[in-house]
Design a protein around this ligand. Structure first.
Ligand SMILES: [Zn+2]
Length: 480
């Protein structure tokens, strides 16, 4: 495995680090929006039939939409670490609960701050808390949660613990996020370009959009089910009433429309202050959401497309053409190198992601497979996805037995329901599995080479409680 390191690094060094050549493109402002749990196939610009996303659709029609963008995993922490480092999960090391991003990693915010940017982040969910290291590099980093305090002081903890008694996923953070951004926009230093990161949380379960979004897409529903306690309530199971499931989807869609309008409010506010001139706006997500397509609900359970495909829209008027759609597969790890290229900042040679602005400009790049990883239920799942084929290694069961690996032909089986090559014997799948193993070895070797083992997060009891309520800590809490 060790000899893979210099080969891998040599290959990475050979990739030229591009920066924008034209003066007017230099140092644009950057707005990066991550909408938690947002499935692209529930957005109008990706072909959805409901009007869930007029603002994102507007950005897509005036910018570039990537048809097939992939996360690195199906849950919040590793996906955001990949977004902020340009590394696979096995390289940044944040693939399990209770870990903190090693300070040796240079985050996107650190790189942009080093290049002279003012950096500001606003987050609405627990895994973006600075205790996990994802706040590194931000001049301003504010929590917009109402149930977990930003500072987590003892005093806050006592007060918030009482205030949040009995609350679980019912934190509605969008309006507070918009208010915090508006406040920051009036106070920020105006002599530097800015990098603004928004983590919009409300699409994440529970599905309890405020009126009128709660009835917007299913006004005739007369049943008793609502979107509370999505993960724990027993009525929500694979054999549930199709009508009730339809209602849950309408509530999920209501959260998307609610969040889309928060995004519009934020962008309108920035525009009114003249802050969107020469600005690259990126809208994406950390992962999707499952509604029993493969027997489970929520996320952090599988690596099927409904949880690993994410939207990706780039809006940069005057630089990127309006209305371009890129069919080639791209990855969440490609966002950071692309932002650095847009900002004229040279990327580090160890970064696994690549600048995809050439694709956004209509040029071609070699296809790049997406490495997908998930540590869940005491197993390690891994997959490699190309435009045509996904191979999945299901790993070992707790009793040590190796589960059969499978292939999925994405050209003929878009819904991933007819595995091919189960148990071996299919040359195409076997070759895909060999590539998966090589990609994983390279990612793991890079982590060793970087010498940046993620350290254990100092998990505050209140934060741990919040994570437990949101369904992330299910088996006794912190793990190595
Ligand atoms: Zn998430």
């Amino acid at each position: 495995m060790q000899r893979l390191v210099p080969l891998a690094l040599t290959a990475m060094v050979a990739v030229p680090s591009l920066s924008c050549g034209e003066a007017e493109e230099r140092h644009p402002n950057i707005v990066l929006v991550s909408i938690d749990s947002l499935r692209p196939d529930h957005l109008g610009c990706y072909g959805y039939g409901r009007a869930t996303s007029p603002e994102i659709d507007r950005l897509a029609s005036a910018g570039v939409r990537f048809e097939s963008a992939l996360s690195t995993s199906s849950w919040t922490l590793p996906a955001h670490a990949a977004l902020f480092t340009g590394l696979h999960d096995s390289s940044h090391g944040l693939f399990d609960n209770g870990l903190r991003l090693a300070p040796e990693h240079r985050t996107l915010a650190e790189e942009l701050r080093g290049a002279g940017y003012h950096t500001a982040g606003f987050f609405g969910g627990p895994y973006l808390h600075p205790t996990f290291g994802l706040g590194d590099g931000f001049d301003v980093y504010r929590s917009c949660m109402t149930t977990v305090p930003d500072e987590l002081s003892d005093e806050d903890l006592r007060r918030e613990s009482r205030a949040s008694e009995g609350r679980s996923h019912d934190d509605i953070t969008g309006p507070r996020t918009a208010e915090e951004v508006e406040r920051w926009a009036s106070e920020r230093p105006v002599d530097r370009p800015y990098f603004l990161f928004l983590h919009l949380w409300d699409v994440h379960y529970d599905f309890i959009p405020p009126a009128p979004y709660d009835r917007m897409f299913d006004p005739g529903y007369a049943g008793a089910l609502d979107g509370r306690d999505f993960m724990s309530r027993t009525e929500v199971h694979p054999g549930m009433s199709p009508r009730d499931l339809e209602h849950l989807l309408a509530l999920y869609d209501g959260e998307i429309r609610f969040t889309d309008e928060i995004l519009k409010r934020v962008l309108d506010s920035l525009g009114a202050k003249g802050m969107l001139d020469n600005t690259l706006v990126i809208v994406t997500a950390d992962h999707g959401e499952e509604f029993f397509e493969h027997g489970t609900k929520g996320h952090q359970k599988t690596l099927f497309d409904e949880v690993v495909k994410i939207p990706l829209v780039l809006h940069w008027p005057g630089v990127l053409d309006a209305g371009r759609v890129v069919r080639d597969q791209v990855r969440i790890i490609d966002v950071m190198p692309s932002v650095l290229a847009a900002a004229g900042v040279r990327k580090r040679p160890t970064m696994a992601g690549r600048d995809i602005l050439p694709l956004a400009r209509g040029a071609a790049l070699e296809p790049a497979p997406a490495l997908l990883e998930l540590h869940a239920d005491k197993r390690e799942f891994r997959a490699l996805r190309t435009n045509e084929l996904k191979v999945i290694r299901y790993g070992r069961r707790p009793d040590g037995r190796e589960l059969p690996s499978v292939g999925l032909d994405l050209a003929t089986d878009r819904l991933e329901r007819q595995p091919i090559g189960e148990g071996g014997g299919n040359a195409r799948v076997d070759e895909g599995l060999r590539k998966l193993d090589r990609a994983l070895e390279t990612a793991q070797a890079l982590r060793v080479w970087l010498g940046a083992k993620a350290t254990s997060a100092e998990m505050d009891p209140e934060l741990e409680r919040k994570l437990r309520e949101t369904g992330y800590l299910m088996d006794g809490g912190k793990r190595e």
